[in-house]
Design a protein around this ligand. Structure first.
Ligand SMILES: O=C(O)C(=O)[C@H](O)CO
Ligand SMILES: [Mg+2]
Length: 250
């Protein structure tokens, strides 16, 4: 069985932000992700992580409030200055919070110029912080119409062109299923590029077991692939209390 982490932007969101850490630890999690930690002073989040013995796996860049709600500028031609400011800000948080990874959001743009911009910006980020791991994640176009990175083949093309050891693929089983129709097949095809895994059940992005996806088979495939990292639960629980949605873990 893979080791499971909790994305506390979605899980435990029935609780105030700072209370989610204790709830995650009490539910047995040893690691968490926070999509956007930027509204709280980094020291406060650091205290919450440390006092609950939690490892921080991942944050996103950029912070959506700071950018006016846009999910990223990495693939926006002409947005390079903004992108660099975003990454510097994320890195300031990362200095305190020490996330294993920063997911770099691409933004809404299509075409060759966007692709070239994305590659150059990712190289810039990777070279600016060579000790920091960065990820890119395809998001399905039903949830994110017009988002640049909407396909796993494209993600690998980008990673090959970026060609930096500290930039990898974030495999999200929910998005993989929504984009390509079979998350397990996507895992088989792209697992060698995976730096991180997130899970949620299509089509509602709910807990495993609530849709047609076969998570036992997927977990077996993940184990068999030799992937030794975390598998982070990133879904909206169908239950009132997140704890009541965790039956799939056993
Ligand atoms: O939507 C997802 O699956 C993500 O992981 C993004 O980070 C959303 O912010
Ligand atoms: Mg995800």
């Amino acid at each position: 069985m893979p080791k499971f982490a909790a994305n506390i932007s979605l899980l435990f969101s029935e609780l105030p932000y700072l209370d989610r850490f204790q709830a995650a630890a009490a539910a047995g999690f040893e690691a968490v992700e926070i999509l956007y930690p930027y509204e709280t002073a980094a020291k406060e989040t650091q205290r919450a992580l440390m006092s609950n013995g939690l490892e921080l796996l991942l944050i996103n860049a950029p912070p959506p409030n700071y950018t006016g709600g846009e999910p990223g500028y990495a693939a926006i031609p002409g947005g390079e200055d903004r992108f660099q400011r975003d990454i510097r800000r994320a890195l300031r948080y990362a200095e305190v919070l020490r996330p294993g990874m920063i997911h770099v959001m691409a933004g809404y743009e299509k075409g060759l110029a966007a692709q070239e911009t994305y590659i150059r910006n990712l190289q810039w980020a990777a070279d600016r912080a060579p000790e920091q791991k960065f990820t890119i994640e395809p998001l399905n176009s039903g949830d994110q119409p017009g988002y640049f990175l909407d396909d796993y083949n494209l993600a690998v093309e980008i990673l090959d062109a970026v060609d930096r050891p500290n930039v990898g693929l974030q495999f999200d089983a929910y998005h993989a299923q929504m984009i390509h129709g079979d998350a397990a097949q996507v895992w088989d095809a792209f697992s060698t590029h995976a730096a991180h895994i997130q899970i949620g059940a299509a089509p509602a992005r709910s807990e495993p077991g609530t849709g047609p996806m076969d998570f036992s088979a997927l977990f077996n495939a993940i184990d068999e692939s030799g992937y030794a990292g975390w598998v982070s639960a990133e879904y909206t629980p169908t239950t009132k209390r997140t704890e009541d949605s965790l039956g799939w873990m056993s």
